[in-house]
Design a protein around this ligand. Structure first.
Ligand code: FAD
Length: 442
C-alpha cells in the first residue's frame, strides 16, 4: 500500500488538470485517468495523407476573461492564444435556409430575420421588469425581455450552439448566470450594455496549436503525478481517509477530487454517498455528433469570412450549425483547403447519435451544401460521436446544485461541466478557485 496522499484527483480532463496545476508543484497529489491520453473532451487531431489538416473533436475555441481563470493559467503555461483573424470573428445565423450576419448591435434594426413588430418589441427591452423571468427557463427569460421573435431568431440558435439544448427546458440562471446578473444589477440588457460600454470585454480565442495544447501542457507539467490508463472502479471513505480502488491498485488520500462526467461521479459515489449520487445521477446529458469535413478551397463557393453559423429550430434543419475551423485558425490547414465542422444532435435531434456515416453525409450535403456552396465531395471526413456528453442544465438544476452542496461528505471536491458551466473558461475558473481555497486553509 502506498502512503496516504494529501489529494487524489480522479479525471484528467481540463477540470482535473487545471485543479492539479493550480495546487502548485509542491502539492502531494496524484491524478488518475482511465484513458491513455489526458485532456478528456479536449482533443485536437490531424487527418489527410500527410496529416496536414488539423481539427478539433471537442472545444473549438476558448473564451478568455480579461483576467483570472484561463487567462492566468495560459500565462503560467507560457502558451499563446489568438483571436480569429479579421472577418473570422463574424457570426452568421440561418434564416430561410440562407446565412445572414448575426443581428447584433445596429444590425438589429436592419435585419430581415425579425419583423417590424418584433423589432419594436426588442427595443422595449429596457422597460421590462428586471425581476421577472430570471428563475424560469431560458425561453421565459428571453420572451419576457425581447419577445417571441427575439427568442426564435437570436437566442434559440445560441442555446443550441452552446448547450445543444431546448430553451424551454433549460434554466436561465444555470445556463446564463451572467446575463441574469446584468439584468438584476443594471435593470435590463440594453441598460447593462450602455453602462458597461468601454469596459474591456472577454474574447474568444484559439490556443496556438489547437485546444489540446492547453491540456497537453498541463499534463506535461504534472509529470509522474499523472497516471494514465488507470481506471477508478470504487471508493471507500471512513470519515477521514478516502480509499480509491483503481485498475492499478488501491490509493489513499485525505482529500478526493472527482473531476469526471456526471454519470461516472454518480456511479462512483453510489455506495459511499447515495444521496449525493442520486442528485448527480438525475442530470440528463445530450448527445452531440461532430462531423469534420475538409474541402479543396475551389470546391467551396462561400468566402467563409466568419466563425461559423448557427441554425434556429424554426428552420427545421437536422444540424445545429457549422464552424469554419480553418477561418478561426488559418494554420489548421494549407491555404489550398478549408476545414469545416458541422455539429448535429443535441436535444433537438438526439437520435442522430446513431445515424450512419452515410446518413450524416447526406444531411450535410443537403443542408450545409447549398448554404456554403459546396461542390462535389469533401477530401476527408471525420465523425466523432459524443454520447450523453453535454449536461442539461434543466429547470431543476439550481435546486439540484443546492442538494449536491448539502450532501457533500468532508474531504470531497466535485469538479466538472455538470455543475456550474459547460465552457472550459468556467471549468478552469472553478477548478482554480477550489485549488486556491486549499492553499488558503493550509
Ligand atoms: C463537441 C463539443 C464542443 C465543445 N465546444 C466547446 C467550446 O467551443 N468551448 C468551450 O469552452 N467548451 C466546449 N465544449 C465543452 C468542454 O469541452 C467540456 O465541458 C470540457 O472539456 C469538460 O472537461 P472536464 O474536465 O470537466 O470533463 P472531461 O473532459 O469529460 O474529463 C473527465 C475525465 O475523467 C476521466 N474518467 C471518467 N471516469 C473515470 C474513472 N472511473 N476513472 C478514471 N478516470 C475517469 C475521463 O477519461 C476524462 O478524461 C465542447 C464540448 C463538446 C463535446
Amino acid at each position: 500500500m502506498s502512503p496516504i496522499h494529501d489529494t487524489l484527483v480522479v479525471g484528467a480532463g481540463v477540470s482535473g488538470l487545471a485543479y492539479a496545476h493550480a495546487r502548485g508543484p509542491s502539492a502531494d497529489l496524484v491524478v488518475l485517468d482511465a484513458e491513455r491520453q489526458a485532456g478528456g473532451l479536449v482533443r485536437t487531431e490531424r487527418t489527410g495523407t500527410a496529416r496536414q489538416f488539423r481539427y478539433e473533436l471537442g472545444p473549438e475555441s476558448l473564451r478568455f476573461e480579461i483576467k483570472g481563470g484561463l487567462t492566468d493559467m495560459l500565462a503560467e503555461l507560457q502558451l499563446a492564444a489568438h483571436k480569429p483573424p479579421g472577418d473570422a470573428a463574424q457570426r452568421f445565423l440561418v434564416y430561410r435556409a440562407k446565412l445572414h450576419p448575426a443581428p447584433l448591435g445596429p444590425r438589429m434594426i436592419t435585419t430581415p430575420m425579425i419583423s417590424f413588430a418584433g423589432k419594436l418589441r426588442l427595443l422595449a427591452e429596457p422597460f421590462q421588469d428586471p425581476k421577472v423571468g430570471n428563475d424560469g427557463s431560458v425561453a421565459d427569460f428571453v420572451r419576457h425581455r425581447i419577445g417571441r421573435e427575439g427568442l426564435a431568431a437570436l437566442l434559440d440558435p445560441l442555446v443550441s450552439g452552446i448547450h445543444a439544448g431546448d430553451p424551454e427546458q433549460l434554466s436561465m440562471r444555470a445556463c446564463f448566470p451572467r446575463l441574469v446578473e446584468l439584468v438584476e444589477t443594471h435593470g435590463g440588457l440594453f441598460k447593462a450594455l450602455f453602462k458597461t460600454r468601454g469596459d474591456p470585454a472577454p474574447s474568444v480565442m484559439k490556443p496556438e496549436g489547437g485546444c489540446q495544447a492547453v491540456t497537453d501542457a498541463l499534463a506535461t507539467r504534472l509529470g509522474d503525478k499523472l497516471r494514465l490508463s488507470t481506471s477508478v472502479s470504487a471508493l471507500e471513505f471512513d470519515g477521514t481517509t478516502w480509499r480509491v480502488h483503481s485498475s492499478r491498485g488501491v490509493l489513499e488520500a485525505r482529500r478526493l477530487v472527482l473531476a469526471v462526467s456526471c454519470q461516472a461521479a454518480a456511479r462512483l459515489l453510489a455506495t459511499v454517498a447515495p444521496e449525493l449520487a442520486r442528485a448527480i445521477g438525475s442530470i440528463q446529458s445530450d448527445n452531440v455528433v461532430s462531423y469534420t469535413h475538409v474541402w479543396p478551397r475551389e470546391r467551396v463557393g462561400h468566402r467563409l469570412d466568419g466563425f461559423g453559423y448557427l441554425v434556429a429550430s424554426r428552420e427545421k434543419m437536422n444540424h445545429l450549425g457549422t464552424l469554419f475551423s480553418s477561418s478561426i485558425a488559418p494554420d489548421a490547414c494549407p491555404r489550398s483547403h478549408v476545414v469545416l465542422r458541422t455539429l448535429l444532435g443535441g436535444a433537438r435531434k438526439s437520435e442522430l447519435i446513431d445515424a450512419s456515416e452515410g446518413d450524416l453525409a447526406e444531411i450535410v450535403r443537403r443542408e450545409v451544401g447549398p448554404m456554403l456552396e459546396l461542390r462535389g465531395e469533401p477530401e476527408c471526413v471525420v465523425v466523432q460521436r459524443w454520447r450523453a456528453t453535454l449536461p442539461r442544465f434543466d429547470l431543476a438544476h439550481p435546486e439540484r446544485l443546492r442538494a449536491i452542496e448539502r450532501a457533500q461528505p468532508p474531504g470531497l471536491e466535485l469538479l466538472g461541466n455538470w455543475l456550474y458551466g459547460i465552457g472550459v473558461n468556467h471549468l478552469v475558473a472553478h477548478a482554480r478557485e477550489r485549488a486556491h481555497a486549499v492553499a488558503r486553509t493550509a
